[in-house]
Design a protein around this ligand. Structure first.
Ligand code: OGA
Ligand code: ZN
Ligand code: ZN
Length: 381
């Protein structure tokens, strides 16, 4: 653990020099808002005061180091204590913030040689095996489960184990089979280019599960492309196209006799530090762009460039789902598709459902806590 070597305060900020030579500073208002004392926080960890209850410019009047913990006295008489481990975990420096952010491991075709996968019966019974699978899933944006019972409805059982299944107008789960007169090209035997499912929903499904029940029809192989890697490639090759897709939203729509779903969202989303957080790409349900005329041509140029990157063979992993295989995908990252199949020469049946992304992240953190013995206290927010 990081040890504090020296402290200094200028009233409106606190500086810590660590024994390892690093230095961290925190504005006083940040520290006062984070106070963990019994007046400020309920035992659940939730905050008991509102921002307007704090002095607008809280001032530190004295700071002492006692047994590795910092004791801060405030001008208004309040006292706060922060232990050094907690401060180290909340270092605001650029390097510390970058280390805390989950770094996705970008991939291309080569991931086909070592797909992130696990044995479902082991995962369902062994939290350590489940955590290993969840860590890999979050790193790569998808994961395979093998040996899921070949029974209709299992996809929702798995979904409700890993998170919470989100019911939609397609139901709690849906069949992917070739039918006459379908309301969606997924239910034909046509190939499907890689896409995020249902970007016409708000929110877009965070996670998609597809479980294979039958697959003896020739064709129908699964395609996956890392949308984050493709977006990074676009940023590198044509930053102006990348910026255009971040800035200008596209419209997506799905309509049949019972539903009329419509959204507007950029093809590429980034966070406050410019990191890619989501890709929305779906040729079938793309409805057009409803933007100022002068943006249309540059946007289409960018759209074409991004679509071309998504089609590069080195970006795409192809594998075949057999009965009992289930693929779990971060729907706004791991774009999926399939090759065409021949429904006259065999059967193909998948079942799918959607799960919220946050539920699976929560599951991973809870398992980490359970297995690594970390406490939940102070985390309830
Ligand atoms: C879907 C889909 C892929 C497949 O139903 O959303 O993309 O392999 N299906 O049939
Ligand atoms: Zn307090
Ligand atoms: Zn799909």
């Amino acid at each position: 653990m990081r040890r504090i070597d020296r402290i200094s305060s200028q009233g409106n900020s606190l500086a810590v020099t660590w024994a390892d030579g690093g230095r961290s500073t925190w504005p006083a208002v940040w520290l006062r808002d984070q106070c963990r004392c019994a007046k400020c926080r309920h035992p659940s960890g939730q905050r008991l005061f509102e921002i307007g209850d704090l002095p607008a410019r809280p001032e530190i009047s004295a700071v002492t180091l006692i047994d590795g913990a910092l004791r801060l006295e405030w001008r208004d008489g309040h006292v706060s204590t922060f232990d050094s481990g907690w401060l180290a975990d909340h270092d605001l420096s650029e390097a510390a913030r970058a280390a805390r952010a989950r770094q996705p491991r970008l991939w291309g075709k080569e991931i086909g040689n070592h797909l992130p996968e696990g044995d479902w019966p082991s995962i369902a019974r062994d939290p350590a095996a489940e955590l290993r699978w969840l860590e890999a899933y979050h790193t790569f944006g998808f994961g395979l489960l093998r040996n899921v019972p070949v029974e209709p409805g299992q996809v929702a059982e798995v979904g409700d184990h890993l998170g919470f299944v989100r019911t939609t107008n397609y139901g709690k789960l849906f069949d992917v089979i070739s039918v006459p007169d379908p309301n969606n090209l997924a239910n034909t035997a046509l190939g499907l280019g890689v896409h995020s499912d249902n970007p016409y929903r708000d929110p877009t499904p965070g996670v998609q599960l597809l479980h294979c029940l039958e697959s003896d029809a020739p064709g129908g192989d699964t395609l996956l492309v890392d949308g984050f890697a493709a977006a990074e490639q676009l940023r590198e090759e044509a930053p102006q196209h990348f910026a255009m897709l971040v800035k200008v939203p596209a419209s997506f729509r799905f309509a049949d006799k019972d539903a009329d779903l419509s959204t507007r969202t950029p093809l590429i989303s980034v966070d406050d530090e410019g990191r890619v957080t989501a890709v929305h790409f779906n040729n079938r349900s793309f409805a057009g762009i409803d933007v100022a005329e002068e943006l249309v041509e540059p946007w289409y140029e960018a759209y074409r460039a991004f679509a071309a990157i998504l089609k590069r063979p080195e970006r795409e992993v192809i594998f075949r789902l057999g009965p009992g295989d289930l693929v779990v995908m971060q729907n706004e990252r791991a774009l999926h598709g399939r090759t065409a199949f021949d429904p006259n020469k065999g059967r193909r049946r998948l079942q799918g459902c959607y799960v919220d992304k946050d539920g699976m992240e929560s599951r991973m953190r809870v398992l980490r806590r359970k297995l690594n013995g970390a406490a939940a206290k102070g985390a309830a927010e």
